[in-house]
Design a protein around this ligand. Sequence first.
Ligand SMILES: Nc1ccn([C@@H]2O[C@H](COP(=O)(O)OP(=O)(O)OP(=O)(O)O)[C@@H](O)[C@H]2O)c(=O)n1
Ligand SMILES: C[C@](O)(CO)[C@H](O)COP(=O)(O)O
Length: 243
Amino acid sequence: MSSESRTAVVIPAAGRGVRLGPGAPKALRALNGTPMLIHAVRAMAESRAVSLVVVVAPPDGAAAVKTLLDDHALPERTDFLVVPGGESRQESVRAGLDALPPGFDIVLVHDAARPLVPVDTVDGVIEAVRDGAPAVVPALPLSDTVKQVEPAAEQDAPEPVVATPERARLRAVQTPQGFDRATLVRAHESVTGQVTDDAGMVEQLGLPVVCVPGHEEAFKVTRPLDLVLAEAVLARRRANDGF
Ligand SMILES: Nc1ccn([C@@H]2O[C@H](COP(=O)(O)OP(=O)(O)OP(=O)(O)O)[C@@H](O)[C@H]2O)c(=O)n1
Ligand SMILES: C[C@](O)(CO)[C@H](O)COP(=O)(O)O
């Protein structure tokens, strides 16, 4: 794939954010006064390689998300589309893919819930796809030892440990995940089971997926403590910009 290849990003933003607690859909909640989704959109549009961003809005919230995008300053070189999402992340990504116009050979899929990913991480993923990998995921080594368990039937009941995978061979994967468009479309057309990320669908096609370095600041806002961390990261960026 050449450096002439055009890149689009699909941002699934249709989740409710149940683990974050009661409130508006997660992507619309504020971080430092600005909706998480706007941070995520800006993070993608900061890459000069990205010329289209497709936002997948909560099913009944597409009009509100369009207004939100219109009301915030975003780079003029990037086009934006908004489509309604589905019941699962997988369905939402599929809705975004269906809305992609022709002419984009590289597609990134980026969680609205990872609003602070640095542009160097985004560019690293795009570069690896341009270099010929059909599927690329940013990833970090784990800090904790991981146990495989037999899940308990009751919440908080003790769970028997089945195995301890070798930590050095494990990675925690983030987004944006990057794909050769035809590969991602084929994965979404042919893989029907439950998956938790798009690269997992490509794996199921038997195609290679590679990891490139992720970034600590690309963490996913999932639980309330993550909001505290996200605001602290933004405060640190502001302080650094001040010097
Ligand atoms: N039906 C869904 C579910 C999730 N997502 C998006 O997928 C990303 C990752 O999902 P997650 O962090 O699990 O978000 P939620 O599903 O909102 O979280 P929860 O499971 O706590 O409800 C988020 O940007 C979320 O908006 C989506 O577009 N459509
Ligand atoms: C895609 C993802 O962010 C990669 O780590 C993650 O799998 C999404 O999981 P979620 O439980 O749907 O947030």
